[in-house]
Design a protein around this ligand. Structure first.
Ligand code: PRX
Length: 651
């Protein structure tokens, strides 16, 4: 069920009636990778345009057809083409004479550093590929990756890609239970992890969660462990392997084999509207083409840039804009392991200053956190190297946008507000720096080669000034190819809403302003967006009712100044269970943390006597959202018992 797009549930409201506009700086525009002709080229012949973009890559064998959409909604792009993703991200740069170029400037949370050139990366990826082969893994097998932001995580992903192994990266903040369900769903044979990760100056165990997760997991043959913190870990002989004894001694020579353009590259689980996460499947040729094209044009990457995307590889942004997009373009990038306030709030700015970061890509929630900390902190650093800023994961409110440009971007850096999803694989809607005149808070327009519409319930265009549902009306190269093991859910979730038209339903509300600029307003389904992380209301509800004292739970996302949305839960206790107040609430929050992840912990939990329901028994989340945000109640006419709110408000 969706709610009306005119009442978006996550966008902090625009704080100026008439948005100001920011035309590109002429000097930037003249040197920009993207030129206005890109739009014309794509409009003239969209498929030929994508063929040109695919030529950015090295293909062992060229494709015969650019697109086969006859099996819609499962596309085939660059049909019959063969390539190797790791070869494109690593070997190619070495072969072109750039082996001495720095690929990764790694900054550990404790302050340790490591520099990997493309030569180093090639040797490391080859060693890992040889070691994985010796473990008996063959193309098509799945590998789960449960690691913090250290170079070995990137090496592991690239080694999988090199061998045609399909990786499934699970965010290191997820619980053992969440890891287990993802391992089981993908039937992973190998799990790659670390002893522990550095978090706020302390080592936090990770291997112990893997031990719990793989206990009895039938598919898992080996657990490969990188030593990161040196903490003690339990060891299961025959199953557990030390990275340093397995990968380090392996040969640094390995010849990459080509794989079909449609070979599955990775599975990445994301929240949907039910309690069960969806394993989004991405393939090879189309994905790499679009992440490479967008990284080049949207971030305007040049050989002397230093790029930093602050995402974690556990999310799609880390896949597409730390690993595959940037490395396919031969970047030099910063990879930082820790939290932004460790040891203090200066850390990100110190890193920008130290490495001369010129392109910085983060989430609005980070910008709002910086705003809260105050501009004295960034002002204490020389940030003059910054020449472009990016935003992703949620709508950026105009106030944060302007602050970002003024304080971090020296009042001149263009901002690219990039809309996309785990499912889309790569950026879809964004300004092109040097081309687009931007408006704070607007993602502006679909990129050249991408087609999107905003439509009403019947699929009619809303036109300028109108709001509705965001749909993608043409297939695109990096589109998902399905949900792992559940193609019915794939069709149902994304393609049934506008089945007649054959459009992809993104689940976001959006509007065109009077000038035709596109504004994404937030989810219109039961998915919350907390600090740019997608969390389903159903998942949190199911964690709460997993507590023995809880009879029923309803969860909503309420607007939050810093995190975009905050999780607010309403809980009914079982008969006879005593409401002990704070201790019980603490128990419930930790239940969610253990079941899913600390990122899913509700901001507020209200113990209530009843929940508002329709006559058919459906919980009316819209009304709970009104309560959570302290608003006047909307239409209550379909409620069984309108008096229920008196009881909730008193609780
Ligand atoms: O609601 C949109 C929001 O994030 C959702 C996708 O989340 P996920 O798959 O986790 O990927 C996040 C990183 C790509 C979208 O449906 N979203 C993402 N970027 C923006 C955004 N909302 C508004 N503006 C954006 N730039």
């Amino acid at each position: 069920m969706t709610s009306a797009p005119s009442t978006p549930n996550s966008a902090p409201s625009a704080d100026t009636p008439e948005p100001d506009v920011y035309p590109p700086n002429p000097a930037f525009a003249a040197a920009a990778n993207a030129q206005p002709s890109l739009y014309d080229d794509a409009a003239r012949d969209r498929l030929a345009f994508w063929e040109t973009q695919a030529e950015r890559l090295h293909w062992h064998e060229k494709w015969s057809d650019v697109l086969d959409w006859s099996g819609a909604p499962v596309a085939k792009w660059f049909v019959g083409g063969k390539l190797n993703v790791a070869y494109n991200c690593v070997d190619r740069h070495v072969l072109e004479g750039n082996g001495e170029r720095v690929a990764i400037e790694f900054e550990g949370e404790p302050g340790d550093t490591r520099t990997l050139t493309y030569n180093d990366l090639l040797a490391e990826v080859s060693r890992a590929a040889n070691a994985f082969t010796d473990l008996g893994l063959v193309a098509g097998d799945r590998v789960a990756v449960y690691m913090p932001m250290i170079p070995e995580a990137i090496v592991t992903m690239l080694a999988c890609a090199r061998l045609g192994l399909t990786h499934s990266v699970v965010f290191g903040g997820f619980s053992a239970g969440a890891l287990r369900s993802r391992i089981d769903d993908a039937e992973a044979k190998l799990v790659v992890t670390v002893d522990g990760q550095w978090r706020r100056g302390k080592p936090a165990p990770l291997k112990s969660a893997v031990d719990e997760a793989v206990d009895g997991a039938e598919s898992v043959e080996n657990v490969l462990v990188v030593r990161r913190t040196g903490i003690d870990v339990e060891w299961t002989e025959g199953r557990d392997l030390c990275w340093h004894d397995t990968v380090d001694p392996a040969s640094p020579e390995h010849t990459a084999q080509p794989f079909d353009s449609e070979h599955p590259l990775f599975i990445l689980y994301t929240s949907g509207t039910t309690g069960k996460p969806k394993g989004i499947v991405h393939t090879t040729g189309g994905y790499l083409t679009q992440v490479s094209y967008t990284h080049h044009n949207v971030f305007d990457y040049k050989p002397d840039d230093v790029y930093w995307c602050t995402a974690d590889i556990g999310w799609v942004t880390g896949h597409s804009y730390i690993v595959y997009g940037p490395l396919s373009n031969g970047v030099t990038q910063v990879v930082y392991e820790g939290t932004p306030n460790s040891p203090d709030e200066h850390r990100h700015f110190q890193i920008i200053e130290k490495y001369g970061v010129s392109i910085y890509y983060t989430a609005p929630t980070m910008v709002r956190t910086f705003m809260k900390w105050g501009r004295a902190i960034p002002d204490a650093h020389d940030l003059s190297s910054i020449r472009l800023l990016g935003s992703v994961g949620e709508p950026i409110n105009p106030e944060a946008w302007r602050w970002y440009r003024d304080v971090i971007g020296g009042g001149t850096a263009p901002i690219v507000d990039t809309w996309w999803q785990t499912e889309t694989g790569a950026i879809m809607i964004s300004p092109l720096p040097g081309v687009t005149t931007t408006k704070p808070g607007s993602a502006m327009a679909p990129l050249p080669g991408i087609s999107a519409k905003i439509v009403d319930d019947d699929g009619k265009d809303v036109g300028n000034g109108g709001s509705g549902y965001l749909v993608l009306d043409e297939p695109w190269p990096s589109m998902l190819r399905g949900i792992w093991g559940d193609m019915d859910r794939y069709r149902d979730t994304y393609w049934s809403r506008y089945a007649e038209q054959g459009w992809y339903f993104a689940g976001d509300g959006a509007k065109f302003d009077e000038d035709g600029a596109l504004w994404v307003m937030g989810r219109v389904d039961d998915v919350m967006n907390v600090s740019g992380h997608r969390i389903s209301t159903a998942e949190v509800e199911s964690a709460l009712v997993g507590h023995s004292g809880v009879a029923e739970a309803a969860v909503v996302g309420a607007t939050d100044d810093t995190t975009g949305q905050g999780i607010v839960a309403f809980v009914i206790l079982r008969q006879g269970v005593e409401n002990t107040g704070d201790p019980l609430i603490a128990e419930l929050r930790s239940q969610v943390s253990t079941d899913i992840s600390p990122i899913a912990k509700p901001r507020e939990i209200h113990i209530v006597p009843e929940l508002p329901k329709t006559r058919s028994g459906k919980i009316m989340r819209r009304l709970l959202r009104d309560v959570a945000e302290g608003r006047e109640l909307g239409d209550t006419s379909t409620l069984v018992d309108p008096g229920v709110f008196e009881a909730i408000r008193k609780a």
